[in-house]
Design a protein around this ligand. Structure first.
Ligand SMILES: C[S@@+](CC[C@H](N)C(=O)[O-])C[C@H]1O[C@@H](n2cnc3c(N)ncnc32)[C@H](O)[C@@H]1O
Ligand code: SF4
Length: 474
């Protein structure tokens, strides 16, 4: 099944190859999304501001490119389903002190790195709603970043922003383009008015299409739209109408997320009437129908919730074995140091994770006192790096060639991972994975269950056996 020039083989697959109902039901359990390895529950308070400062100094003269993540936490209204780190407020003047803190934090990082010459090839504004910042504030942040870091030319990098179309007029799109952004991701979830009312997110088709068209007119590439299945009142029929509209809009990428309903962790979700949520069977029906429909419309299943057009750079990178995964999902930019800026943000620098304070007061206090607001993190061991690479390649390529890891890490793969490979035997019998002497290939029916396959290589999950704070894999 494996095609060496085509690690994913994805474009050859139809929905029936990917979706096997009985198998999905059998393996449906909670699991991490592996936007990081080790996952966030492993972060601990033994790592703090001093470790971060020392790490930034140590990596300042490295050659590899840099990635920047800027978190803007504010949202004007709350979407009840939301599991993101956000602060809901209608007071737009709260953006002003936050801007000051961000500028200070940027200066602190750049000073500590001694005005590093490392090139920034990737930048992402996430939220919350990044455009809660007004146009001048966005200009100010970018001007500061450009003053303190060296950016590659716009067409050589991935410079992106998450957009809520309700908070974005034409002027905003123009300014975002002017300051050097070239990728946009828009939240939609579902266009059905009953669903939108139940989740408190009223967003018209016209305003979404308007932003998409304006972004295209301003040269934005690779427009992404986020959808979600499993929301209240959704049925195959209602979601089909949403899919029709989205396919007509023809975004380059589509993320189809499984609604993670964890009301014990996310307060606003308690406002969702659980009786109105689709049954497990209906959710699977919606997923199956959506996969079929998107593949029929010409999209390629990249993996873990993501679809892209065949000519999109994500699809091409996957075909070339050059796809990566980071906190924002899939990326074409090589695995590099990521500097997180803003409240709650997580960075990955010099082989360690560093997370900023989650509460605005604590973040503010630290930054105002000239300290890094880092409150926890994790330094990867050699073993962690090995497992991180294994999980990354699995998620991106749907296959592993053992020799690569044996050369890079001086192990004998089949001995080192004997337990994990033994755990895969049942999945092999269920035709989810093909185990060979020199590698493994995830078979079509295993692609939707890639998290389950990755989980056997997660040392900490294997020790704990069950992760309670994770959402279901499907
Ligand atoms: C960090 S949010 C920010 C997007 C932006 N603020 C907006 O609303 O358009 C990015 C995406 O996460 C997804 N998301 C949010 N809450 C989720 C949940 N509970 N389960 C699954 N996906 C979720 C949604 O698809 C959302 O568009
Ligand atoms: S989905 Fe977006 S706009 Fe809605 S609450 Fe979450 S971050 Fe804010």
């Amino acid at each position: 099944m494996s095609n060496k020039n085509h690690p994913s083989g994805a474009s050859q697959l139809g929905g029936a190859d990917l979706f096997d109902l009985e198998i999905i039901k059998k393996y449906d359990k909670a699991g991490p999304r592996y936007t990081s390895y080790p996952t966030a529950p492993m972060f601990h308070a033994g790592i703090g501001a001093d470790d971060y400062a020392a790490t930034l100094k140590r990596v300042a003269t490295d050659d590899a490119p840099l990635s920047l993540y800027i978190h803007i936490p504010f949202c004007n209204t709350v979407c009840y389903y939301c599991g993101c780190n956000k602060i809901v407020t209608k007071q737009y003047d709260r953006a002003t002190p936050y801007l000051g803190l961000l500028l200070k934090e940027i200066d602190h990082v750049a000073d500590t790195m001694g005005d590093t010459k490392r090139l920034v090839t990737q930048l992402h504004f996430g939220g919350g709603t990044p455009t809660f910042m007004n146009n001048d504030q966005m200009r100010t942040i970018m001007a500061k970043l450009r003053e303190r870091f060296h950016f590659v030319a716009k067409d050589e990098g991935e410079f992106s922003i998450e957009i809520d179309p309700r908070e974005c007029d034409e002027n905003t799109v123009r300014v975002l383009q002017e300051i050097g952004l070239n990728r946009m991701s828009m939240g939609v979830q579902d266009f059905d008015p009953i669903v939108q009312k139940a989740v408190n997110r009223i967003q018209g088709k016209d305003e979404t299409l308007r932003v998409l068209n304006e972004a295209r007119a301003h040269g934005f590439e690779s427009m992404n739209i986020d959808l979600m299945y499993g929301l209240p009142h959704q049925t195959v029929e209602t979601f089909d109408t949403t899919l029709d509209t989205i396919i007509e809009f023809s975004p380059d990428r589509i993320a189809l997320f499984n609604y993670a309903h964890l009301p014990h962790m996310f307060m606003p979700q308690r406002r969702i009437n659980e009786a109105s949520l689709p049954s497990a069977q209906e959710k699977l029906n919606i997923l199956e129908h959506s996969i079929n429909k998107l593949l029929d419309a010409g999209y390629v299943f990249i993996g873990m919730d993501h679809f892209a057009k065949p000519e999109d750079e994500l699809t091409i990178a996957q075909q070339q074995g050059k796809l990566y995964r980071n906190f924002q999902g899939y990326s074409t930019q090589a695995d590099c140091d990521l500097i997180g800026l803003g409240v709650t943000s997580i960075g990955y620098v010099g082989g360690g994770f560093f997370q900023n304070r989650k509460e605005m007061d604590a973040y503010t206090e630290a930054v105002e006192q000239g300290e890094f607001p880092v409150f926890r993190g994790y330094i990867l061991s050699e073993e962690d790096h090995l497992r991180r690479q294994v999980i990354m390649r699995l998620m991106c390529d749907f296959s592993l060639e053992y020799s690569q890891f044996e050369t890079d890490f001086g192990i004998v793969f089949r001995d080192h991972f004997a337990d994990g490979l033994a755990d895969l035997k049942e999945m092999e019998a269920d035709h989810l994975v093909e185990l060979r002497d020199d590698g493994l290939t995830v078979l079509p029916a295993g692609r939707l269950l890639i998290r389950n396959i990755a989980m056997v290589f997660d040392e900490y999950l294997q020790k704990k056996k069950e992760g309670t704070s994770f959402s279901k894999v499907i």
